[in-house]
Design a protein around this ligand. Sequence first.
Ligand code: DP6
Length: 357
Amino acid sequence: MSSLPEKKNDQLTAAWQSPSNIALIKYWGKHGRQLPRNASISFTLSEARTQTSVQLTPIEHTEEIELSLYFEGQRHQGFENRTKNYFQELSTLFFPWLKEHSIRIDTSNTFPHSSGIASSASGMSALALCLCELDAKLRNAETDHESFLKRASLISRLGSGSACRSTYALLALWGTHESVPSSSDMYAIGLGDELHPVFRNYHDDILIVSDREKSVSSSAGHQLMENNVYASARYNQAQERLTAMLQALREGNLQAFVKMTEEEALTLHALMMCSSPSYTLMTPETLNVIQHIQNYRRETGIPVCFTLDAGPNVHILYPNEVAPQVSSLIQDHLLPMCSGARIIRDKVGSGPCPVAR
Ligand code: DP6
């Protein structure tokens, strides 16, 4: 672990920054306590990050978690209630000391709050990293960096499934998969060392087509997979695609990467449309943009492609060497297609880091 919590008048503080991630093979469907129905794999991002500090002040044991949470400087009741429930569970499973401290959390995002970008992955992983650092300090436990990250990934997963992949640099895999013996449903593992150089500085420009709140949350979407008639075929498909995706990521096979990434994004949204009740999160602008990207690729041979998460915004993925051409495509064609759209320029990144105080 690279930093120790600061101790002041018996107060302990830990602070971390953690990034968002974008799944290439998607986690969609879960069971039990945040366990995935299939393995997923993601690029860790660089710019879309959450910074969180957790400060503990010792108190007498309490049954209720004593917590205040400030989001971008303002007390935030919604996040506070969600975090209290999460801490209540963690206090029984891992961290009994949560009930022996008054807790203050300060958290903020480096990307605009209303951007429609999922902040649960960066937010939950930053929080879990703080908790694991504080726990090591309180128990005087020496842990190696790998075990620390694995534990932080497991704690993140209990907050939000996709968050468990954010604890690793470059590339992370979550979910048991036959081709990766160390993989687990309990936590993600880092596969950054295996990533081909062409993907190490890959771009992900996020076109914010709409920043309106989603009509169906991810949690509700996962739930609807339980009665989706295509569910079991989908889970098998994801396991198979993951083998092929991993090979493309290791070999730097852009053609295979582009094909699978887009198929996977459209499969995710097809599953939503095939749920009962059915729903659609793509908008006409989303479709216009993705068709334009596909036509452009066909005409120019430039290996730019898209992926989607559970919303209308389009992640535009491409290698660094075609950045000038794709930048013109976005400015001249894609942005004008969506009124009020914005772009967040991101890249594959090096993972979380402790914040110096
Ligand atoms: C479409 O991780 O947000 O982004 O576990 O209920 O918090 P919860 O769901 P969440 O689901 C993310 C789904 C996805 C695909 C992915 O990131 O793999």
